[in-house]
Design a protein around this ligand. Structure first.
Ligand SMILES: [Mn+2]
Length: 217
């Protein structure tokens, strides 16, 4: 129990390809303070919702090939953010593992459920009315959540139950992700140094018991 508590749950991840150059600095047990600059304003607005509501501190800087379109930038931000959370969680010792949220946003209602199982899976249901929100193609949200769930190693179920306005509906989803994450990463003190799995590990994570021990030194 002491072991899990003493570790500062943070990560820095950078990733550079010919398409994107991204740096993320993340603190899980933060206050929700964010500085986000992806070059896609509406996407920044959505990420700010997730990390503010999760109470994670995040600095994210992305420079992508936006002259092509926002696809690579948004997809790779998903990859980097999922990886940063996974890295900050290490071997996932003592965490609640599951989180869920029902989030109203005016006339709309979003449901988000997450399992930090180590196994990636995404179910995303939001029938958009428009093709664009701001300058952001709505098909890119699913692309984002897909790469995020893969690098995080999480089963992610996101459903907009109803609503009239695309902006409200997707914002409810991003806020719901924040609340679900906040619940799932919470240290459950009754678990002590155990992992909430009959296997004894949450498989597929990049961290390991050895790397947790290294960090706690
Ligand atoms: Mn908004």
């Amino acid at each position: 129990m002491e072991f899990a508590r003493q570790v500062r749950r943070q990560a820095q991840v950078s990733r550079k390809t010919d398409e994107t150059d991204i740096e993320a600095d993340l603190l899980l047990d933060g206050s929700g303070s964010t500085r986000i600059a992806s070059g896609v304003a509406f996407f920044d607005h959505m990420l700010e919702q997730t990390f503010r509501h999760a109470l994670f501190d995040l600095e994210l800087r992305a420079q992508g090939d936006l002259l092509v379109d926002a696809h690579h930038t948004i997809e790779d931000c998903g990859y980097v953010l999922g990886k940063a959370i996974s890295q900050a969680l290490g071997a996932r010792v003592g965490i609640a593992r599951y989180g869920s949220a029902l989030i109203p946003m005016d006339e709309s209602l979003a449901r988000v459920v997450i399992d930090l199982s180590g196994r990636p899976s995404l179910h995303f249901r939001l029938p958009f009315i428009s093709r664009l929100i701001g300058s952001c193609d709505v098909c890119l949200f699913q692309v984002f959540f897909s790469s995020f769930s893969h690098s995080l190693g999480a089963s992610l179920h996101m459903t907009s139950l109803y609503g009239e306005n695309d902006h409200h509906r997707i914002e409810g989803i991003f806020k719901g992700l924040g609340h679900a994450l906040r619940a799932a990463v919470r240290i459950d003190e009754s678990l002590g140094q155990r992992v909430l799995s009959t296997k004894g590990c949450l498989s597929g994570v990049e961290g390991s018991a050895a790397s947790m021990a290294e960090k706690s030194k």
